[in-house]
Design a binder for this molecule. Structure first.
Ligand SMILES: CC(C)(COP(=O)(O)OP(=O)(O)OC[C@H]1O[C@@H](n2cnc3c(N)ncnc32)[C@H](O)[C@@H]1OP(=O)(O)O)[C@@H](O)C(=O)NCCC(=O)NCCS
Length: 211
């Protein structure tokens, strides 16, 4: 699988018909797997530490889950490895991870496409890497890939109180849609958010999380 460097970001070539390149400044290529600079081991990344975007593989699920827990995301039964594997299999080219120069997973973004709407799930960035453009790079790529498939609109859910996420998406031109109510139905027990917690659900699944 080839890769190209875009600025300090190495883009893994996730298989798709028309990889989006329009509007993305291409700089010199780098040897795959060799970072331009090596950040100090164990410390916070430097301001210009490189990161790479790559396909989200099944083997990334454990690290991704740990990241989602660290970032306080609300996880429910549909976030089990088995369920996430369904999404990876259905839309493999819409699942992305960001890695630091050592290959450590520092961000995730997952997309869905049902032929009408694009959906964004599980955007998360390692706290030490936040405010360095990682989520922006992930979303630039994901939005471009959705657009390339023909998606004219994408949707996502932000839990009430998640101000960082609201600020992030607002800065990208996303808007809350208060002209219609988001409705849903839990098709299995234990998936409801805290305010609607299903008393029959196991305790761990009733605990809140932002997401
Ligand atoms: C939301 C989140 C993904 C943003 O990731 P990030 O890599 O820090 O975002 P970026 O660095 O690309 O931010 C781009 C811009 O978004 C806005 N932004 C991002 N985080 C922000 C925050 N905490 N407060 C205010 N604005 C913010 C800023 O305009 C920022 O640009 P700037 O840093 O030049 O000011 C990250 O905070 C996160 O992982 N949160 C926990 C998980 C989560 O809530 N995910 C969203 C689920 S819907």
């Amino acid at each position: 699988m080839g890769s190209v460097w875009i600025g300090s970001v190495r883009m893994g070539s996730v298989p798709m018909e028309d990889p989006p390149t329009e509007g993305v400044p291409m700089e010199e290529p780098a040897t795959e797997g060799v970072p331009r600079e090596t950040p100090p081991m164990g410390g916070r990344p430097g301001a210009d530490s490189p990161f790479a975007l790559e396909p989200f593989a099944l083997e990334d699920l454990d690290d991704a889950r740990a990241l989602w827990e660290r970032t306080g995301m609300w996880l429910r039964p549909s976030d089990s490895p088995e369920q996430m594997a369904l999404l990876l299999a259905r839309c493999p080219d819409l699942q992305l991870v960001a890695r630091d120069a050592r290959g450590v997973l520092v961000g995730t973004a997952m997309g869905g496409w049902d032929g009408r709407r694009g959906y964004i799930y599980h955007l998360a960035v390692e706290p030490a890497w936040q405010r360095r453009g990682v989520a922006g790079a992930l979303m630039d790529e994901l939005e471009a890939r959705l657009r390339a498939k023909g998606a004219m609109k994408a949707k996502l859910q932000i839990l009430a109180g998640n101000d960082a996420s609201r600020a992030f998406f607002a800065a990208r031109g996303w808007l809350p849609e208060d002209d219609c109510e988001p409705w849903g139905k839990e098709l299995v027990p234990g998936g409801a958010p805290p305010a609607h917690a299903d008393p029959a659900a196991p305790e761990g699944l009733r605990t809140r999380k932002r997401g």
